[in-house]
Design a protein around this ligand. Structure first.
Ligand SMILES: Nc1nc2c(ncn2[C@@H]2O[C@H](COP(=O)(O)OP(=O)(O)OP(=O)(O)O)[C@@H](O)[C@H]2O)c(=O)[nH]1
Ligand SMILES: [Mg+2]
Length: 406
């Protein structure tokens, strides 16, 4: 489908990067961006978002380039969208609808599909409601109740009912998952979630670490549902669960953040986040910020993170590890694609897993009085563990020794 993209520069952030992202988003949705129309404004026009001169320029491009759809890099009000569609005589999508559309195409699990439908209906509902009041105002209300309005009221009611049903079903699914999680007990298994901006390389890294075949593509939101794999990480820590997750994006429609909370449930319950960053992207710092914002929104900002600077092959960087002031690993440079540095990350995860508060404590860690008591209890129940204690306590003078003491 031949698409014209429209981006307005309000003088905030990296405009070129944001237009580039819109092109990737459009392609991910299956559109073919043929032309990109940009303009500078200080504020959106209330009728058309762009000025009427710009609207005509878009109209001309639609004719010249045989455009089938116009996609705005912004959230349009229902009135703006309608006005534009009327004037251009073509379907107009805004950024929110575009992202919703990609999500609708990609959702694979039952729960994922329900969540997308819910978000779409909520988006639609605001349009209908506002569309209706808009009409009402135009017609002046009383005595002018036409068949169109009745239809809108019916639509609104039906949508409301469907939204309610979807919410109930999702709540039930969530409860089931919660019960499953609890019945598994306070799991001994250390869990790690890969999070990050869309296209950062999370799935590629997930595959490199777990050797699982997960869909990798140079598209936005290639992954929509969470995939988890249990991986044996050696004698000391045993199994670790890795979860790949949906990518984040700036201005992620708010309904979607809320709707995808459950998809990101694994993230909220993870012991450690691997925050994957495309080190070759000029806007990587902004992307890190955006991801941290979403993490805060879903209540996962308290979970410790390792920043994974991925794609060092493209960024011309060397594989390495950085530690913070407590000597804990805080950043790993690697390439998920070539595999260079991936072993450093595995070692980093093992180190974190060994140091985790809930992990099998053993006497190799310096611990303070309260924890020492706990540890004695533990040791009493599993006497065989103290046998191997001595040599590991000397060999592990590494950073992990800090953990017991905070
Ligand atoms: N040059 C280079 N490209 C990489 C590297 N890792 C991943 N890629 C590419 O980046 C693109 C996106 O990779 P994915 O693993 O699908 O990214 P993702 O973060 O899972 O993306 P979403 O699931 O859409 O959020 C693909 O084309 C990968 O081949 C890397 O280390 N170097
Ligand atoms: Mg992915």
């Amino acid at each position: 489908m031949r698409a014209a993209l429209v981006g307005i520069d309000f003088g905030q952030g990296d405009f070129a990067a944001s237009v580039e992202e819109l092109q990737l988003l459009a392609r991910s949705a299956g559109a073919e961006p043929v032309t990109t129309i940009t303009a500078k404004r200080s504020a959106p026009d209330s009728a058309y978002f762009v000025g009427s001169g710009k609207a005509d320029e878009i109209g001309q491009a639609v004719l010249d380039e045989r455009i089938e759809i116009v996609i705005f890099n912004h959230a349009l009000s229902p009135a703006q969208q309608r006005n534009l569609e009327k004037r251009l005589n073509i379907r107009v999508l805004d950024r929110t609808s575009l992202i919703l559309d990609i999500f609708a195409q990609r959702a694979a699990s039952h729960e994922g599909k329900l969540q997308v439908e819910l978000a779409q209906l909520q988006h639609l509902a605001t349009r209908l409601i506002r569309g209706w009041t808009h009409l009402e105002r135009q017609k002046g209300g009383i005595g002018l109740r036409g068949p169109g309005e009745t239809q809108l009221e019916t639509d609104r009611r039906l949508i409301g009912e469907r939204v309610k049903a979807l919410r109930a079903r999702l709540a039930k699914l969530r409860k089931q998952h919660e019960t499953q999680r609890r019945s598994r007990g306070r799991s001994q298994t250390f869990s790690v979630s890969l999070v990050g901006y869309t296209n950062a390389g999370k799935s590629t890294l997930f595959n490199a670490v777990t050797k699982a075949g997960v869909y990798v593509a140079d598209q936005l939101f290639a992954t929509l549902d969470t995939t988890s794999r249990r991986v044996y990480m050696g004698q000391e820590v045993g199994n670790v669960v890795f979860s790949d997750t949906v990518g984040f994006v700036r201005e992620l429609p708010h309904q979607l953040v809320a709707a995808f909370r459950a998809t990101l449930e694994e993230t909220i319950h993870a012991d450690l986040l691997l925050h994957v960053v495309d080190a070759s992207s000029p806007v990587r710092m902004e992307q890190i910020e955006q991801v941290n914002l979403v993490l805060k929104e879903i209540g996962a900002d308290h979970i410790p993170q390792i920043l994974v600077w991925n794609k060092i092959d493209a960024a011309g960087l060397e594989p390495s590890v950085e530690r913070d002031e407590y000597a804990k690993i805080s950043r790993v440079f690697l390439s998920a694609r070539t595999g260079v540095g991936v072993d450093l990350l595995r070692e980093a995860v093992v180190e974190w897993a060994k140091a985790a508060p809930g992990a099998r404590l053993n006497e190799a860690y310096p611990i303070d009085a309260d924890e020492a008591e706990l540890d004695t209890d533990d040791a009493a129940q599993e006497p065989d563990r103290s046998d191997s204690g001595d040599d590991s306590s000397t060999s592990r003078s590494s950073p992990t020794t800090h953990v017991g003491s905070h």
